[in-house]
Design a protein around this ligand. Structure first.
Ligand code: FES
Ligand code: FE
Length: 442
């Protein structure tokens, strides 16, 4: 309790002790109290096209089997056989009518019903009741703008309420074109040495790193020399720790209309977006942000004048311990875009993000170094580290919200502020300390 109180006081001053990043006890609390209770992104609906389509995913350590049933409804099961618990489906994706366990051959249909037992009645007798041994369903599954989420907590607030104001920005990014977005290719995934809090914060809340970490883009002439260039625009802080940066050019206006999407698509965007959303579109160069806790997104402009491309990259930071994440990275593009535009944008994405991306490699290096320097005695000693803390002071006393911003949330008139980072860590502390001491009293 004393530690939590001390953490709260530090955070109010814009400080965060470094040991919390990789502390194993803190990590266990995060798994149970954050990942066990918040909505977790599983897939985009275009990954499950036909009845029988399936993908396998994870909510931290829980294997998930996501299938489209005969009625076209998405079902999510624990991907674990009800006989001895073997991981039932080991493929990443595919299409099946039934799932058969590789261990003793029990099989299940798309509804998760146990429909076949090898040697059935001969070994279990007539009394064996198959309905008791169906696959376990994930307690809550819901989707918004094609984004399918699951929640391991049956009592968690509905997805709509959890996303709250963020839905407005999802409408803007995912719902601007007729038919919405589609996933192109498969989600790339790889393991990085990093803590999930650092990766989520980097994407959601830290445009300040761009001019240094990604300095090579300035040297190549792709990004401006101006050290403030990723700071123009607004950082928006929302309920539950969601947030977005609307990065503009130095004039506060967009570099090109609709981030370089083909001109023939503009009337469609104008039809589907509200005047306030169009106002933001008239300013934005890059959207970058996150839905708490571990889903991030970036919608950039790539390419050279005359050949500019825009796309949407969603990424999930799946924690696999306090010092590693499995990164899942989806490329999404407007379904209505011309095929050659989609392909060119996809190639631009592969050169920038994902394991082959230059920007990705810049970031990965810094995340690994945070982990490494958080394990030393001075960083990990809880008493010492109250004096050696990370700095979240940017904008704490010198930046006020801009009431004239047309979108929901609390908008600050710069993206170089730690306002959202502070909100992320406050949210983090609120969640991990919830009900923590009730148990002890009992
Ligand atoms: Fe699946 Fe035995 S563990 S059939
Ligand atoms: Fe970066």
């Amino acid at each position: 309790q004393k530690t939590i109180q001390q953490l709260k006081e530090k955070m109010e001053q814009g400080l965060l002790p470094q040991w919390v990043i990789t502390d194993p006890d803190i990590y266990q609390l995060e798994v149970e109290k954050i990942f066990g209770k918040t909505w977790q992104f599983l897939a985009h609906e275009t990954e499950l096209k036909e009845p029988g389509s399936y993908v396998t995913r994870w909510i931290v350590n829980d294997p998930i089997l996501l299938v489209k049933n005969k009625e076209g409804k998405i079902k999510a099961f624990l991907n674990s056989c009800s006989h001895r618990g073997v991981q039932l489906c080991t493929a990443d994706r595919g299409n099946k009518k039934t799932f058969t366990c590789p261990y003793h051959g029990w099989s299940y249909n798309l509804e998760g019903d146990l429909i076949g037992i090898v040697a059935g009645n001969k070994v279990y007798g007539e009394e064996m009741c198959k309905t008791e041994w169906r696959l376990r369903e994930i307690p809550q599954v819901a989707s918004y703008q094609g984004m399918i989420f699951g929640n391991l907590d049956p009592n968690a607030e509905p997805l709509d309420d959890y996303l709250g104001e963020m839905k407005w920005y999802f409408d803007l990014m995912l719902g601007r074109g007729d038919g919405g977005m589609e996933v192109r290719g498969v989600p790339q995934r790889w393991v990085a040495k990093a803590n999930w809090k650092s990766t989520a914060e980097n994407f959601a809340a830290d445009p300040y790193h761009v001019q240094t970490t990604h300095r090579s883009t300035v040297e190549m002439g792709i990004s401006p020399e101006d050290p403030l260039y990723a700071g123009y625009g607004h950082q928006v802080v929302m309920k539950n720790g969601h947030g977005i940066n609307v990065i503009t050019s130095a004039t506060g206006k967009a570099r090109v209309p609709f981030q370089g999407m083909p001109e023939e698509m503009w009337p469609m965007f104008e039809k589907n977006l509200t005047p306030e959303q169009l106002d933001i579109q008239s300013r934005v160069t890059v959207f970058v942000g996150g839905a708490y806790p571990n889903l991030s997104f970036v919608s950039p402009i790539h390419g050279t004048e005359g050949h500019l491309h825009n796309y949407l990259n969603f990424r999930l930071w799946r924690p696999i311990g306090p010092d590693h994440v499995e990164v899942w990275c989806w490329f999404m593009i407007d379904k209505a875009a011309p095929e050659e535009y989609k392909e060119a944008a996809y190639r631009g994405y592969l050169g920038s993000f994902g394991p082959s991306g230059t920007l990705e490699q810049d970031d990965t290096e810094t995340w690994a170094r945070i982990v490494e320097s958080s394990k030393g005695l001075m960083a990990r000693d809880k008493e010492l580290s109250y004096n050696s803390v990370s700095n979240y002071l940017m904008g704490l006393t010198n930046v006020e919200p801009d009431e004239s911003f047309p979108g929901p949330g609390t908008a600050y008139p710069t993206c170089y502020t730690d306002a959202l980072s502070r909100r992320l860590h406050e949210n983090w502390l609120e969640l991990i300390s919830k009900d923590l001491y009730v148990k002890e009293e009992v």
